[in-house]
Design a protein around this ligand. Sequence first.
Ligand code: PMP
Ligand code: GLN
Length: 382
Amino acid sequence: LLASDGRSAPTIFAEMSALATRTGAINLGQGFPDEDGPAEVLTAAVDAIRRGDNQYPPGIGIADLRLAIAEHQERFYGIRLDPDREVLVTAGATEAIAATLLALLEPGDEVVTFEPFYDAYGALIALAGGVHVTVPLTGADFTPDPDALRSAVSDRTRVILVNSPHNPTGSVLPLETLELIVELAHRHDAVIVTDEVYEHLTFGVPHIPIASLPGARERTVSISSGGKTFNTTGWKVGWVMAPAELVTAILAVKQFLTYVNAAPFQPAIATGLRLGDDYFAGIAAGLQAKRDVLSAGLRTAGFDVAESRGTYFVVADAAPLGFTDAVDLCRQLPELAGVVAIPLSAFCRGEYAARTASLVRFAFCKRVEVLERAAAQLSGLR
Ligand code: PMP
Ligand code: GLN
């Protein structure tokens, strides 16, 4: 199934991180921070190991983490969840998406995503036997045309898989688009699956969980993860929030994927979710400053740079520098500038990939001095 989808090779992230390691280039490819997150969260994991939280926890996740997730949804979005029936802990957002698609799809069911899309979506839809239908994100702000969205969703659609803030473009879907998704899901009896792992990383625009919209909650599976919020991408603690009968179906799959998830990291992520509002405001502000440093550096270097409104990523067009093929450019970039980045085509299919062939995704979740060094090196591309 993966081979038929052209996705049996190592992911672009693995390929590009290996290239960075091999060449010693600055890795602005795979999105992971180069600094640790809050000390309280790290200490909580160490304490949990020392205390003996080292055996199988419950498959649905430890009670205190599920409670912390429910408290977090109420505190930030006013959404009230039953932590015992409407929350499920997973091995990162990736397992949450996998288990959800495997639970919901019958072979041949259609899944609508935007394009470009996070690479795992295409592979997981294929593994679940689904048919992947995409709606292009267009214009300087990478938003979908409402009519294109309307014509992509039909009675064949089982799932509309949404991701906002959006990897790789850094766009944040406007309220009207979220409302249209809810309307279309009702009209065609589809389930909304929403990947909100970058919920706390928006720059000057609010994050609106689609489940908070009228009429959305009963048909929405919301997914998030601790990786981006607490600089712990290697811990792989994610979660699903959904109506109880959907959680039951997703848990039925999850129990045979990973069974349960890492015991000591669960209380630690619960500690993180209970940090004060200043922590959450601080990570967005800190990352926005990094976005500004890298975006300005890329502009000075001659790229045409899109505005990133959220996530770890900014998209830049290399065409003004004379590079029309971002795949080629990214392979040469370690040698030309000592930097690794990801071609946007890694997140697209044929036609859209051809239209966006000169676009490159850069990660800015790195220390400012690293971003400044990368920008200086890239300025030699002209
Ligand atoms: N969804 C998106 C949009 C992502 O960018 C990522 C990458 N971190 C994931 C899901 C995977 O998250 P996790 O590491 O929690 O599995
Ligand atoms: N989400 C991160 C990115 O888009 C890491 C992805 C990965 O390693 N699979 O870069």
